[in-house]
Ligand binder design. Sequence first.
Ligand code: NDP
Length: 310
Amino acid sequence: MNDPRTLHADKIIDGKAFAEGLRERIGTAVGKLKDEHGLMPGLSVVLVGDDPASQVYVRNKGKAAEAAGITATDHRLDETTSQAELLALIDQLNNDPAVHGILVQLPVPDQIDPNAVIDAIAPAKDVDGFHVINTGRLATGQMTGPDAAMVPCTPLGCRMLLEDRLGDLSGLDAVVLGRSNIVGKPMATLLTQASCTVTVAHSRTRDLADVCRRADILVAAVGRPQMVAGDWIKPGAAVIDVGINRIAAPTEDDPDKMRLVGDVDFDSAIEVAGAITPVPGGVGPMTIACLLANTVTAACHQNGIEPPAF
Ligand code: NDP
């Protein structure tokens, strides 16, 4: 069989395995915080409504937190919850010293303004890193000390995978495909901080394939299934595929079968790339692990303790 995953196994950046190691390190750090400081890091996850995908995400986040020794509390609110009710809960969590991280699962129902929700979370407890204070701290390079930026989990995980595979990133040409607030923009900022030369591409970029072909590091976060083909990739480049897309994959037994694919056409890309994250099993597991890391960092900062380096 010419399965590209087998043929080029050494090119695969195994985010699942890296995330497992990271979660173990987090578990050890949490144990030390309990033993040495009596500190029990706490994460509160808030879900409004009953979107099935969000329910799965919230459940997975809670399970992962508990496996690492973090106290996880769930707040499930009805689909009809008003913005005022949600903000009242956030205020309560902001003032609860046992809660060090607050995550409101997005999207929220239409009657609630997501920006008002993000603004209401205390920046020190904003483990998603979406609050403008954290965005500003990241943009200005405030990365250490008690007022350090909380960095959004997905780009943080992508940077960890890149540094693990490539070591020093300085001087490399990086292209970030996508400019969202939660992935593309913070990713570009982190790569700039790592001294890459960064280009941010988006839906209005001309000659997108040419731009991508210049990249030593290509991060794809567009939400378009398998858009980045092998001939968009510079030979030897590191490719980080953030996309999570569900596409039809009918079989005789199951005509409704779906499968997950990224924004990169994995089979053609792996032939050209030097390293690449698969979907699933690449960036996804890192996002949850980084949420736990942010919770521990937040708990330390809120208690005047130097956070561990993950
Ligand atoms: P958004 O929809 O917020 O942003 C998509 C970006 O891609 C936009 O900047 C858009 O450009 C750009 N884009 C869209 N179509 C094209 C195109 N044809 N050519 C060039 N650029 C294009 O998405 P997110 O950043 O939230 O998510 C991106 C992907 O990552 C999704 O698949 C999402 O599911 C996944 N994701 C995965 C996570 C994980 O844990 N692995 C976490 C978060 C997201 P413009 O600004 O011009 O509209």
